[in-house]
Ligand binder design. Sequence first.
Ligand SMILES: *[C@@H]1O[C@H](CO)[C@@H](O)[C@H](O)[C@H]1NC(C)=O
Ligand SMILES: *[C@@H]1O[C@H](CO)[C@@H](O)[C@H](O)[C@H]1NC(C)=O
Length: 324
Amino acid sequence: MMTSRAAEIWACHVILLLFLTLRGEALRISGMEVPRVVVSGSSVQLVCNYEYNREREDPLYSVKWYRNVNQFYEYIPKRVPQVRVYPLPNLNVDERGSTQATVLLKGVTRASSGTFRCEVMGDKPLFETDDKAKNMTVVDIPTWGPELTGVIHKGMGGVGGMGGGGRGEQATREEITQGSRVRPGDVMSVRCLLGHSDPQAVVTWLVNSRPPPPPHTHLRVLTNSDEENGQRIQISELEAVVTEAWFVRGALSLTCHARVSTVYHSNATVTLLHADHPKPAGFGCYFSRCCSCCDVAAVVVVVVVVVVVMNEGHKRGSLFTPVY
Ligand SMILES: *[C@@H]1O[C@H](CO)[C@@H](O)[C@H](O)[C@H]1NC(C)=O
Ligand SMILES: *[C@@H]1O[C@H](CO)[C@@H](O)[C@H](O)[C@H]1NC(C)=O
């Protein structure tokens, strides 16, 4: 009983294998690796692994690579030379670094992006084929930044918080630096600057590592052709009235976080101190004090985002050290 059942299974396998071979399903792509997003300037290895039925002779005729509809690479084992590269704009194939299963691209640019397709073809008589495609997007990331710069408008009145000084004072403007002293009611006008990127960066503002109350920031990028050195820059501007609720133990940290796709993110932070707090970043905030902080529910924040295009060198004074 067992033996006849085993024989049945064996026969079934043989028939299936024969069927697959005759149907031409013996050659197939077993794995393809194309990075989804890469940074421009980098080298990229594209991988196309294939497998075939070892019982057949000369299973492989060719491996071909295409970007969109254009072929740029070919490997034919029985030809001399085995590798041939077809030049495409913005695609630099390193022939020596490429094999039957891999293609090495050097110095990719934004324009190298596209749908990359690998096609394997078996030899005669069936010339069976299999192919797979994946998209690769090359992004330009900022070469500098983010950097924070800005001013504090003091004694503007506004929403005087618990510490609430400033109303009677004369309005002054003060450059923001690390450790600048501010008090509730002051108006902060801060800019986050970073180099050009494509696609544009998504900039998020954080107060004490949390998003500030809405409305959220919004970033637009314009190109600049008028400026002398033609540098393009991205700017997100946050304008907000400082409130008591923003302080933790007499200090508040303001962070600008910039992200481009999945391959770049960086932030810059500045810490400001409460002008009326006796021990900045110390032990001042005990329970009762914290509670009064919580009561300040009516937080008025105006977030304005302006994107300006300006000369990079021109704007790089008075900056905080970015944290990478
Ligand atoms: C590649 O991207 C294009 C356009 O965004 C899309 O239509 C296509 O389905 C994608 N192809 C693959 C293989 O992901
Ligand atoms: C800022 O960047 C540093 C280093 O990458 C990271 O550890 C930190 O969490 C970031 N902070 C914020 C608020 O995103």
